[in-house]
Design a protein around this ligand. Structure first.
Ligand code: NAD
Length: 493
């Protein structure tokens, strides 16, 4: 836990992310006593708020979005004193001069140069201006103390991500740059490493010798809501596969680092991304399925087709669903398909990893009238948060009858009020721990993996855009992708 006095600067302090995620996260860290004794949050925005009005706005948002509404008036008052609204225009250098003065004044009250955490919660087009001005004014010049958090999307394709890394590296040292992927802050995602590397029983099985296939699903029930304009220029491949799903893949597939240390862990993840087989343009149709939702029913309510959503081009070719198959060309994973799927307006919200083990090699029960089900390990990330191991057991009784059984570890039972992903990531950034943030090489490799797919989908002729009804599990083509290899999507009921 960091004790250094810290100035937190939120560019986009009046925006959606700050309102729903950042302020609630800082507040929960504050009431759980994780924040340093001396800190300030400078919320930068262009709306004309007075201090009092802005603090009231934050309180209203806490009531709506905080996971914890169990706090005293005094706690809120103590927290609210730390929030300072600053009228700020990124395009105006005077705003940065004013910011400089505010940061220096805080340092004076601390009798030392405080740490600084700059959160760029603004459109990517502003990263250029903000970083150039931070550099020019020397606001983030202390490498050990000053950190910059960058939100997704990190680039639009490989070339833009490389350009963005170059720009950031011109202004800051790599160790100051925290590229956030909030999936990595989730308890259940972090627990994948604990589960794999702090236990003896699964790691010896964790390879192509015993694993038949792996499935990663991130299904959303929401559609594009009011973000159609943004989403229509992005799509599921960029918005989900390139970052969240490939990051989960790394956690599942990486080798053990020799120590639980940031650069060693990130090295192991980068190795996996490098080993992911690149798909050739002519094979894209064989390895990937893209689709768009048409109208349907979700939770008993009618849902519009994607092309009818506000902000979406009625002739849009943007995919709202992707299913695909990856191979990892290293000795551990050679030949094991990693299936991934993600989509919007699907039948239910579900993020999970399912590891399917091979059939038992011995013939002991070959004549059993009960079909043996291969072992299956399910890691539910959200909304359920648990680990389930499916295995065969003898049915109680006089004869030898088999039935599937399940062992469950439920996170909700042991930690019903566990921290939100943003809390974990913010405290790590305050502490200077970049383990759960993406390094430049990881981001570029992840873009490289999807580069040919992007290219082919935009310009090529091989891949049709399928459709699926809102409220379903996606198009039939996604099922066919697996059935060709004798597999099927699990948890699709
Ligand atoms: P938003 O549009 O709600 O907020 C953007 C903020 O930028 C506003 O506070 C606005 O006042 C400020 N801004 C715009 N022009 C400015 C200028 N010239 N000077 C000063 N401030 C200016 O956006 P958001 O949804 O909060 O997203 C912020 C970032 O976080 C984006 O990069 C987005 O991709 C990313 N992100 C958001 C979410 C989310 O749930 N909202 C999720 C993941 C990533």
């Amino acid at each position: 836990r960091t004790t250094a006095p810290t100035s937190i600067v939120v560019f986009g302090g009046t925006g959606d992310l700050a309102k729903r995620k950042l302020f609630p996260a800082f507040f929960n860290l504050f009431i759980d006593e994780w924040m340093p004794a001396h800190f300030q949050i400078l919320a930068l925005g262009r709306k004309p708020y007075t201090q009092e009005k802005f603090r009231r706005y934050v309180l209203e948002n806490l009531r709506e979005f905080s996971r914890n509404n169990n706090y005293t008036e005094k706690q809120w008052l103590n927290f609210s004193e730390k929030i300072i609204f600053v009228n700020f225009d990124i395009t105006d250098e005077n705003s940065f001069r004013n910011l400089h003065d505010k940061l220096t004044a805080f340092d004076v009250t601390c009798n030392r140069r405080a740490n600084r955490l700059f959160y760029l919660s603004v459109a990517p087009s502003f990263i250029d201006k903000v970083s150039a001005n931070l550099k020019k004014m020397g606001l983030a010049s202390e490498i050990e103390k000053d950190r910059i958090i960058i939100e997704k999307p990190f680039g639009y394709d490989k070339a833009s991500a490389v350009a963005l890394n170059k720009l950031l590296n011109e202004n800051f040292k790599e160790e100051q740059i925290y590229r956030i992927d909030h999936y990595l802050g989730k308890e259940t995602v972090q627990n994948i490493l604990a589960f794999r590397f702090a236990n003896t029983f699964f790691e010896p099985l964790w390879s192509n010798r015993h694993i038949e296939s792996v499935q990663i699903t991130v299904a959303e029930q929401v559609g594009v809501e009011d973000r159609g304009g943004y989403y229509d220029h992005s799509g599921a491949l960029r918005d989900m596969i390139q970052n969240h799903l490939l990051q989960i893949l790394c956690m599942v597939a990486m080798d053990a680092p020799v120590e639980f240390e940031s650069s060693l862990i990130r090295d192991k993840k980068a190795e996996i991304l490098k080993a992911v087989r690149r798909i050739k343009p002519e094979d894209i149709n064989h390895y990937t399925v893209r689709a768009q939702y048409t109208e349907g029913v979700i939770n008993g309510k009618p849902k519009k087709a994607y092309k009818q959503e506000p902000g979406v081009d009625p002739d849009s070719k943007t995919e709202t669903f992707v299913a695909m198959k990856f191979y990892i060309d290293n000795p551990r994973w050679q030949g094991v398909p990693f299936y991934m799927r993600t989509g919007k307006s699907m039948v239910q919200k579900k993020s999970s990893v399912i590891v399917n083990f091979k059939e038992v090699p011995n013939k002991t029960f070959v004549n059993s009238k009960d079909k043996l089900q291969p072992n299956q390990l399910t890691i539910n990330i959200q909304p359920e948060m648990d680990i389930r191991l499916a295995f065969m057991a003898k049915k109680p009784g006089l004869d030898m009858t088999l039935k599937p059984a399940e062992m469950v570890f439920d996170y909700f039972e042991c930690a019903p009020d566990s921290p939100e992903a943003y809390e974990t990531l913010l405290i790590d950034a305050l502490d200077g721990d970049s383990t759960l943030f993406m390094r430049s090489d990881q981001v570029e490799e992840a873009w490289d993996i999807i580069a040919t797919i992007q290219e082919e989908w935009e310009n090529g002729t091989y891949s049709p855009i399928y459709t699926y009804s809102a409220g379903s599990w996606g198009p039939q083509a996604a099922d066919d992708l697996l059935s060709r290899q004798g597999h099927r999507w699990l948890s699709t009921t």
